[in-house]
Write a protein that binds this ligand. Structure first.
Ligand code: SF4
Length: 89
């Protein structure tokens, strides 16, 4: 099933499908120049941040789940190069 199959039609323009809502919220972002692959963020957020084969973080594209926000803020504070941040979307 495609995403638009679950979105009801736009009542004002039934010929056009309504745009699907993308979840928004605070999301982790990394400065790829500033990051020096310490891996601390992955240690502090296991299961949310993983590391690539060189030790650079792979961040999820969506917002940080509310239950992980405190840990995400701690990871931002702990990043030794200040490369990790939380961006509001
Ligand atoms: S803690 Fe900071 S410097 Fe280390 S991998 Fe994560 S973002 Fe990069």
């Amino acid at each position: 099933m495609a995403l638009n199959d679950r979105v009801p039609p736009n009542p004002a323009r039934p010929d056009r499908p309504r745009k699907a809502r993308v979840p928004t919220g605070p999301a982790l972002r990394v400065d790829p120049i500033g990051c020096q692959a310490h891996g601390l963020c992955a240690e502090l957020l296991p299961g949310h941040v993983t590391l690539d084969e060189w030790g650079y973080p792979i961040l999820p594209t969506g917002p940080v789940p509310p239950e992980l926000l405190a840990a995400a803020r701690a990871a931002v504070r702990a990043c030794p190069t200040l490369a990790l941040r939380i961006a509001s979307e």
